[in-house]
Design a protein around this ligand. Structure first.
Ligand SMILES: Cc1cc2nc3c(=O)[nH]c(=O)nc-3n(C[C@H](O)[C@H](O)[C@H](O)COP(=O)(O)OP(=O)(O)OC[C@H]3O[C@@H](n4cnc5c(N)ncnc54)[C@H](O)[C@@H]3O)c2cc1C
Length: 390
């Protein structure tokens, strides 16, 4: 027998869970949808490590080349505070966010010069950091003499694992129907409703939010849409700390350049309570594999994190360059200038999609906007920069 809902959320990662929770609560004075009229469905366990919300930590930062992205981060702050209150502790540490390196390098994360401009345009505090500070205060070594940057004191580390836990708990509390380990193979429209079909069941929704992360194009296919993305598979490592300088680092991002002039980017986190004690996570900001189809995923080899270990060996004397633990994650990344995609893809039943980009930091806000879009056909924030070009 078909199961009917007011809202179906396809994909139970950070953004999908946020969308469902937001729909179960008051939306700018609009009526609440009772939790039992909302369904979240995922092909794996909730909190799985096979999609984009895998792993313990993410960087929270205001640095963006596009002021509208920084504004989205600012809009997310009260939602993070609310989630932190429910967790009973802060889900974002305030260690600060250090950006340094080659000032003119432009990357998928933006660049130092453009981000600095956004900071001053929006009145966001930042402190300049010199090459000398990078060595003496932050403990990096062997960097080119012209490297410099800035520290944004309100950035930090998102505890993504606990964020997912809180979102799941709150969704349960609202009585939201949650189905795991069931893959939706087809989506159709019938009689003004959306019909989602798995191997064993049909679900009917008046509205649908699609937040399927790296699987976005598989789920958009029945609508004849395609997001311009590539799927990055990434592996990062935890390295043993051998000097106290590492433990006091903020989150950091190095806009490093290879000898041939191409970007060679790394970033890292201070140690976290739920991470391996005495270790620091250092990550490459480049993939070890790129796919069109995330279901063709391969396992990384030691060679795939050799570049990260070499960065640690050359530039981070406070760490031992011996990778102890790995962490993997897959991400849909835009192949255009657009940082992420959010759009309404159907007019009858409202079908909203939200995917791609470095979006953990804005997940609560993107969830809220996606739910608004699916339920009301419009959002309280202008999403023009995120619309899918057809
Ligand atoms: C290595 C890495 C580092 C990152 N660093 C940062 C960072 O520092 N700061 C930051 O802000 N962001 C960062 N991000 C991005 C951030 O993690 C993602 O933007 C965010 O987690 C996306 O969440 P989501 O809910 O959209 O997708 P996901 O977490 O991928 O959830 C999608 C869900 O949909 C389910 N699904 C897909 N297809 C189907 C189907 N057919 N049927 C049922 N279920 C389906 C999947 O199983 C999955 O659980 C990083 C990402 C990676 C991979």
């Amino acid at each position: 027998m078909d199961r009917h809902y007011d809202l179906v959320v396809l994909g139970g990662g950070a953004i999908g869970l946020s969308a469902a929770l937001s729909a179960a609560e008051t939306m700018n004075g609009h009526p609440v949808i009772p939790g039992h009229r909302i369904l979240i469905i995922d092909q794996f366990e909730f909190g799985n490590d096979q999609s984009s919300s895998a792993g313990r930590t993410r960087q929270f930062r205001y640095q963006y080349s596009q002021p509208y992205m920084t504004e989205l981060v600012m809009q997310s702050v009260p939602l993070w505070k609310d989630l932190s209150d429910r967790a009973g502790f802060s889900l974002i540490s305030d260690s600060g966010s250090l950006w340094f390196g080659h000032a003119d390098l432009t990357t998928t994360e933006g660049g130092i010069g453009a981000a600095k401009k956004t900071m001053s345009q929006l009145g966001i505090p930042s402190q300049d950091v010199s090459a000398q500070d990078l060595e003496q205060r932050f403990g990096f070594s062997g960097l080119p003499d012209d490297y410099a940057g800035f520290l944004q004191p309100n950035g930090g580390t998102i505890d993504l694992e606990s964020t997912i836990d809180v979102l799941l708990r709150e969704c349960h509390k609202h009585g939201i129907h949650m189905v795991s380990n069931e893959r939706i193979d087809d989506i159709g429209e019938f009689g003004g409703h959306v019909v989602l079909t798995s191997a064993t069941q049909r679900y009917v929704g008046a509205s649908l939010v699609i937040t399927t992360g790296p699987f976005i194009n598989e789920t958009l296919a029945p609508f004849g849409h395609r997001a311009p993305v590539k799927i990055w598979d990434m592996v990062s490592c935890y390295y043993p700390i051998q000097s106290s300088k590492a433990a006091s680092l903020p989150t950091w991002f190095a806009f490093h350049q290879s000898p041939d002039g191409s970007p060679d980017l790394y970033y890292g986190f201070p140690p976290v309570d739920n991470g391996p004690p005495g270790h620091m996570r250092v990550c490459p900001d480049y993939p070890f594999a790129v796919y069109d189809d995330p279901r063709t995923r391969r396992t990384p080899s030691d060679d795939d994190f050799a570049g990260t270990t070499e960065w640690v060996r050359r530039h981070m004397p406070s760490l031992r360059p011996e990778p102890a633990y790995q962490s993997r994650c897959m991400l849909a990344l835009s192949t255009t200038e657009q940082p992420l995609f959010m759009d309404l893809i159907s007019r009858g039943p409202n079908v909203a999609v939200c995917a791609a980009g470095w979006c953990a930091k804005v997940a609560p806000e993107l969830g809220r906007l996606s739910a608004q879009l699916a339920l009301r056909g419009q959002t309280t924030t202008d999403i023009t920069p995120f619309r899918l070009e057809t």
